[in-house]
Design a protein around this ligand. Sequence first.
Ligand SMILES: Cc1cc2nc3c(=O)[nH]c(=O)nc-3n(C[C@H](O)[C@H](O)[C@H](O)COP(=O)(O)OP(=O)(O)OC[C@H]3O[C@@H](n4cnc5c(N)ncnc54)[C@H](O)[C@@H]3O)c2cc1C
Length: 389
Amino acid sequence: MDLKFGEREEALRQQVRSFLLEHLPARDASKDARTDDEAFEAAKKFNAELGRRGWIAPAWPKEYGGLGATIYEQMVFNEEFGYYGAPDTGTRGFGVGMIGPTLIIHGNDEQKAEHLPRINSGEAIWCQGYSEPGAGSDLASLQTRAVRDGDDYVVNGQKIWTSGGHRANWMFLLARTDPDAPKHRGISFLLLDIKNTPGVQVRPLINMHNRHHFNEVFFEDVRIPRRNLVGEENRGWYVGMTLLDFERSGIGTTAAHRHTLERLAGWLQDQSAAKRDKYRAGLANLVIENNVAKYLGYRIGDMQSKGQHPNYEASVIKIFQSELGQRIYRFGVNMLGLPGQLLPEEPRALFEGEMPESYMSSVPSTIYSGSNEIQRNIIATRGLGLPRG
Ligand SMILES: Cc1cc2nc3c(=O)[nH]c(=O)nc-3n(C[C@H](O)[C@H](O)[C@H](O)COP(=O)(O)OP(=O)(O)OC[C@H]3O[C@@H](n4cnc5c(N)ncnc54)[C@H](O)[C@@H]3O)c2cc1C
C-alpha cells in the first residue's frame, strides 16, 4: 500500500473541517436525520450547501458534475464527514454511493442528464428497493413482477426493509420481467418516481429503538415508463450487482468510531483510579482495532486509486468494522454504567444518549449490505479459492 496523503490532502482536510464546524447542525443523537423530521430538514439544507460547493460527489468526473477529485481526496471528505457526524438524507449514501455510479456505467444519456445533476444538488433523495419478504441474501428469488404494457411496465409486488423509503423521492428497484427465465436472467432494473406515482404504498416498520427508519413498500399496478429501465430488459441482475460492487472503504465509519472512542477516553479521564484501571486496557484494545480498520479502509482506497477492483477485500473491512462497532458500543454502554444507558430523550443522558442509540444501531450492521455470513462466503470462495459450500 502506498498512502498518498500529502500537503494537498491536508489542506483540503482543513478546508472541509472549517466548513463542517461552520455549517453542521449541533450534534444530537436524539435527532438523527434518518428518523427525525427536523433533523432531516437540517440535513437537506446541509446537503444543499455541500451541493453549492460541488462537494456532494467530488470524485465524480467533471462531465457528470463532480470535481474529478482523487480517491485520496474523497477519503478526506469521508473521514471528516464521519468524524464530525455529517448527516445525510439518502442523497450521498444511496445517490452518490450507489445509483449515481451505476447510471454513469449503465444509464443512457437521458437518464444521466435527468438524475445526476439532481444528486449533485442534494435534491434527489434515493432509496433502494431490493429486499423482499422471501428474498434477502438470496436476492435473485425476488417475486415483484413488472409486465410490459405499451410504453410502461406495470409493477406489482412488495419490497421490505426499505431504509428512508418514506422520505425518498426516487427508488431504484429490481423486478422480475421474465418469470420463465432462470432466476438471475429474468430481472430488470427500474427507476421509480416514488412520490408521484399512483399505486405505491409506503408503510412504516418501527425498529428496535422505536424509530421509523425502514419501511415496507407495496406496488399495486404501478406504471413505470419504459424510459426508466436501466440497461437491457432481463439483464437487470448485472446492473444491480454493479451497484453492490460500489463498496466503500468504510473510512467514514472508522472516523466516527474514533470520535466515540475519544469521547469515552475523555470521560474516563475524570473517573476514579479504580474505574480507570478497570477500563483502560479494554479501551486501548478498541483503539488498536480501530486503527486496524482504518488501514483496511485505506487499502481499499489505495486499490481503487490504482484502478484495481476491491472484491473480497471489501468483505474483510465490512466484517471487521461492523463487528468492531458492536464491540465499541457494547463496551461504551458497560463502562458508562446506568446513566450511559439513558436514551437521547432523557435529560440526564450522557453524550446526548449516543451510546445506547449507537449500540442498537450497531446490531443490524452485521445484517445489512450483505450479511456477515455472506461476506465470509465471499472471502472463502473469491479470496481463498475454496469451493462453494
Ligand atoms: C437496518 C437495515 C436496513 C436495510 N435497508 C435495506 C434497504 O434500504 N433496501 C433493501 O433492499 N434492503 C435493506 N435491508 C435488507 C438487507 O439487505 C437484508 O436484511 C439482508 O440482505 C439479509 O436478508 P434477510 O433479512 O432476508 O435474511 P436471510 O437472507 O433470510 O438470512 C437469514 C440468516 O441466514 C444467513 N444466511 C443466508 N444465506 C446464507 C448462506 N448462503 N450462507 C450462510 N448463511 C446464510 C444470513 O447471514 C442470516 O444470518 C436492510 C436491512 C437492515 C437490517
